[in-house]
Design a protein. Sequence first.
Length: 268
Amino acid sequence: MARPPSTVLNGGDAALSAPILHRLCRRLGISMQDLFIDEASEYALIDHYLDMMREYVYFRHADLLKVTLEDAQETINIRSEFDLQYRNYKRLFRTYTAIILRNEGRLEDSEHILTTLIEETKSNKMLELEIINTLGDLYIITDRSEDALTLYHKHRNRILESRHMNEMDRYMIIQLYYGYAVSLYNNFFYAEAVDICYKLLIRIEENNSLYYRGKANHLMTLIHVALNEPKSARHYLAKAEAAFFLENLQDKMAEHIEIAKNAIEALE
């Protein structure tokens, strides 16, 4: 289930999300960096912003991502004394800008930023997972399935063989598995799509991540419909419905579930 971007309490201390923290600082008439008193204050602040934005990307909190990026622009980007090369901050700021443009339907602008970032990258191993994921998703939603599949194939080894990752990298890999499987399905490579979906479901179980479980099982349903296997399709549709209920997405996905049910009935 997607984690709500709310205040988290730990031992009596409140850990506020970046947007709330920024608004609080405005009311107090102080800057966010004034809250960090150690010598590495700018790095702590940059870390905080990047971690929050990555979480909002994965859990698709589009509005919070936009607000947080605007806060970062006002709090970090305008300060000449800040080290904007730290953790590739400038590249990631452009990446998250592209993600917001994608979310707002400004697809050409988003694609331009993403492809420029790829051209600037010296090695595929250095390419941020967010860039691969966002560009692949952009290709899929614009019905450029062949371009999406080419992109995922190019980074196949990195996607499937990633082992040493931090928490958010593991979440990004789950997104990439899903996009890869969708692109295979859209290009009629059903057996290959099933294989990636199996790996995706294993990743989801390994990381105890409910998010994307419903989508993965729904995709498996569609693949088995395409393979003319109604029994397997019903099996995965039941799992998809259960996951969507737990994720509180049952209303949003109701039409997709109904279409899948009708397709299965047509096979039986």
